[in-house]
Design a protein. Sequence first.
Length: 90
Amino acid sequence: MDRYSRIELRCPKLGGEVKFSYCVREGGDVPCPRTITCWQSFFPVATHLKNLLTEDAWERFSRHVPKDKVTTLIELIETARKRAGKNNQV
């Protein structure tokens, strides 16, 4: 565990408090796409992540382009509709 793992902030994605360690693993083997934006005012997060991640994981993380809010909302609506449709078929 590194020195930043236990620092907490409010996650704009989840709406509650999360530790930095969660953000690092939220995307599976790469951090949440918002990690740098959320944590950059607390410590040099980009430098820290470069040291923490493998070169391959850093490349995949740094190349990731987050979806815009409208696209994300449309996907969430579609997922909810599919879920509601499955519940109505029972």
